[in-house]
Design a protein around this ligand. Structure first.
Ligand code: SAH
Ligand code: DHB
Ligand code: MG
Length: 226
């Protein structure tokens, strides 16, 4: 089908992979529909990426998870479902309406017992977590405003321990990260995040480009090495 636009092909491949790999009992499309019905932007992680986040939790036996950027709790639900019953997930969201929709989705999915949604600017919530003496998190997922990624990286390191996994979404954005002269603060934040994380001796980090229903983008995975 060489005349079809690539995006159409990527969409169809994602759909096929979802059909083959996401089991009916783990399907969370109702949450996505509820997010759209409530007017939330369509920027949740893809189902296949949500599943990967859950699998990273399973593989690493993570019990304490921190998420920055809740939206309607779609990625939150994938991660919370992978936690043991006594696991705990803290998710940070600026927008009270998003947080409210997320609470409803998390309750419907039966995981609200494991999840705490904190409303407010993430940088403040992160500071408060540290002031409270929060125990280190085992996995941290950064997916809020991209201009603040360098700040979120700093806080992540403070709230981490050796072997903590840090996942960062949207690190490619259709290749915009190549533009050193960009005026776009989100792109600048992502570029700076990659520079800082890539040169931090306490982190081992890689990133992969992705294509699919989220177009051309990518994610980074880092682990705290000491
Ligand atoms: N992780 C979600 C998608 C998050 S979208 C999922 O995959 O389902 C990004 C979210 O970050 C939005 O809900 C937005 O309101 C929130 N956000 C933006 N700026 C923020 C800030 N300064 N602090 C906390 N959350 C913020
Ligand atoms: C945007 C944010 C995201 O986290 C994402 O996955 C896709 C798009 C955005 O702000 O446009
Ligand atoms: Mg994202």
């Amino acid at each position: 089908m060489p005349s079809r636009p690539r995006q159409d092909l990527w969409n169809r491949v994602d759909q096929r992979l979802e059909q083959l790999l996401i089991r009916p009992e783990e399907n969370l499309s109702a949450a996505l529909e509820s997010n759209r019905a409530d007017g939330l932007p369509s920027i949740d992680v893809s189902p296949l990426f949500g599943k990967l986040l859950g699998m990273l939790i399973t593989i690493s036996s993570a019990r304490r998870v921190l998420e920055v950027g809740t939206l309607g709790g779609y990625s939150t639900t994938w991660m919370a479902r992978a936690l043991p019953k006594d696991g705990h997930l803290v998710t940070l969201e600026l927008n009270p309406h998003h947080a409210e929709v997320a609470q409803a989705n998390l309750a419907r999915a039966g995981v609200l017992d494991r999840v705490e949604v904190r409303v407010g600017p993430a940088a403040e919530s992160l500071r408060k977590l540290q002031e409270e003496g929060a125990k280190p998190f085992d996995l941290i997922f950064l997916d809020a405003d991209k201009r603040s990624m360098p700040i979120y990286l700093d806080w992540s390191l403070k709230l981490a321990r050796k072997d903590t996994i840090i996942v960062a979404d949207n690190v490619v954005r259709d290749g915009r990260i190549l533009d050193a002269d960009t005026k776009d603060e989100d792109t600048q934040g992502t570029r700076r995040f990659l520079e800082l994380a890539g040169s931090n001796p306490h982190l081992s980090i890689t990133a992969l480009q992705t294509v699919g229903i989220k177009e051309h983008d990518g994610f980074a995975i880092a682990v705290v090495v000491d």
